[in-house]
Design a protein around this ligand. Structure first.
Ligand SMILES: [Zn+2]
Ligand SMILES: [Zn+2]
Ligand SMILES: [Zn+2]
Length: 363
């Protein structure tokens, strides 16, 4: 490709990052991207039932002026998933829609309802989609390669390739550290396990139940043996589950859609390219979403960007310039890195960040 705008490269100490391959001018669209998975907060479940949204990309179908396409399994009382295009329907099939298709059976359906009950932010459902994708990749690869056994963890690595899998509990520790001194022993032996049992564990058990539903595997010939291997693998261990949850919690972006009645639906989405952008308090892009159309993000150059420069976003919820220094640092702490942008470096050399090095050691 001659006009490639950026490359995804490994950057020292930062993991992945986007590097400009040519000069980019201010206001230029650098890329547009649909989420890998997304979900609205559960308090919008009722509103969601009343409006027609593409089951995959979240496009608001009333605005789209196109005839929606139904789920492959759609029938009178079965799945009512609608898509904005054949392409979205196919992609949803490829991410393992069959595990959560309401056509599959009422047992799965009732488990999904239970999951929604304590899934305020939609993170468990995001996690469920990822498990569906892993199962799909695992199943297809093993069916098509008779001789090579492809493990669920390999499938997971393929699906989650490149996402930063920060340990969920480390994030919780950092958030807590900001208000309360918690030492490592206390955290690892008491808080993390308690948190897992009280909050994560319920969702984890239901997701396992949904995934082991054999009826969804029966559409293929290879089923029982593969299913047993899949279910008994490390992919359903507590620690792997925490990794997958951690991938959302450290990478997700808030998404919003405005309906015709001006009601706003809020949720979160995981974006493959966007999640690889690093933070700078002086970031050189702005991120826009088309509130009336769906969940696509549009990343635009906020100023001229030179070839070779890193293309950066901000993890803060507002323009970094509007923050007081200490609030900016407080809000960044949960991301577990030390910002080395010009703004932070200057402030620190002027004495604004006196105990930064000490606090850095703690997480
Ligand atoms: Zn769509
Ligand atoms: Zn369906
Ligand atoms: Zn900074």
């Amino acid at each position: 490709m001659t006009d490639k705008t950026f490359n995804i490269e490994l950057i020292d100490g930062k993991g992945n990052g986007l590097i400009a391959l040519r000069d980019i001018s201010k206001r230029e669209i650098i890329f547009k991207e649909k989420p890998f998975v997304w979900e609205f907060k559960s308090k919008y479940n009722e509103a969601k039932k009343q409006v027609k949204l593409c089951h995959l990309c979240g496009a608001y179908l009333s605005h789209a002026k196109i005839d929606p396409v139904k789920c492959f399994h759609s029938n009178e009382n079965g799945c009512n998933a609608l898509y904005c295009s054949e392409e979205c329907r196919e992609s949803d099939k490829n991410r393992g829609h069959k595990w959560i298709c309401k056509e599959s059976n009422s047992f799965t359906h009732s488990l999904i309802k239970q999951l929604e009950d304590f899934d305020e932010n939609g993170h468990f459902r995001l996690c469920l989609y990822v498990y569906c994708m892993i199962a799909k990749v695992y199943e297809e690869t093993n069916i098509s390669n008779d001789n090579v056994f492809f493990s669920p963890i390999e499938a997971a690595e393929q699906v989650l390739n490149g996402f930063h899998m920060a340990d969920f509990c480390k994030i919780m520790k950092a958030i807590r550290d900001n208000t309360l001194e918690v030492n490592d022993d206390l955290f690892h032996n008491i808080i993390a396990p308690a948190y897992f049992v009280s909050y994560l564990n319920g969702g984890y058990e239901i997701i396992k139940e949904i995934m082991k539903d054999p009826s969804s595997w029966k559409s293929h010939d290879a089923n029982d043996e593969l299913l047993t291997k899949f279910m008994s693998s490390d992919i359903f261990s507590e620690s792997y589950f925490r990794n997958i949850m951690g991938a959302f919690l450290s990478n997700n972006l808030e998404i919003k859609i405005i309906l015709e009645n001006n009601e706003m639906l809020i949720g979160s989405g995981l974006y493959s390219t966007y999640s690889k952008m690093n933070h700078s308090c002086e970031c050189n892009t702005i991120v826009e979403t088309d509130l009336y159309c769906g969940t696509e993000v549009i990343v635009i150059a906020a100023r001229d960007i030179k070839k070779g420069e890193e293309i950066m976003t901000t993890y803060l919820h507002e323009d970094p310039k509007l923050y007081a220094v200490k609030h900016r640092k407080r809000d960044l702490i949960q991301y577990l890195f030390h910002c080395k942008c010009n703004l932070c470096t200057i402030e620190e050399s002027e004495g604004g960040g006196e105990d930064d090095d000490a606090s850095q050691e703690d997480y």
